[in-house]
Design a binder for this molecule. Structure first.
Ligand SMILES: [Fe+2]
Length: 93
């Protein structure tokens, strides 16, 4: 879980700061999804479980928002995402 930004801005090139911020935000959202899904799984109250599952789902939308911003900033990531998908498709064909 992230309660602090895991880098010092002074150590990052100015043109890379936004990309790093967005990557941290995406990682935090994935962490939140994992946490809320685990909390839902261990809850024996259906009302609490339902809300955690709903919030976990909302966090997936947040991943999409931050990823959309990151892909506007990091064109190499677009190519790498496509490359990764292609590799998996070929391996599992
Ligand atoms: Fe979120």
């Amino acid at each position: 879980m992230f309660s602090q930004i895991p880098f010092e801005q002074k150590n990052i090139k100015k043109e890379d700061v936004i990309k790093e911020i967005l990557r941290v935000a995406i990682a935090a959202e994935f962490d939140a999804i994992s946490l809320y899904e685990q909390l839902a799984a261990v809850s024996d109250r259906e009302d609490i479980k339902k809300v955690f599952q709903d919030v976990a789902s909302e966090e997936k939308t947040h991943v999409g928002e931050f990823q959309t911003l990151l892909l506007r900033e990091d064109k190499e990531q677009i190519t790498k995402l496509e490359g990764g998908k292609k590799e998996v498709d070929e391996l599992l064909r």
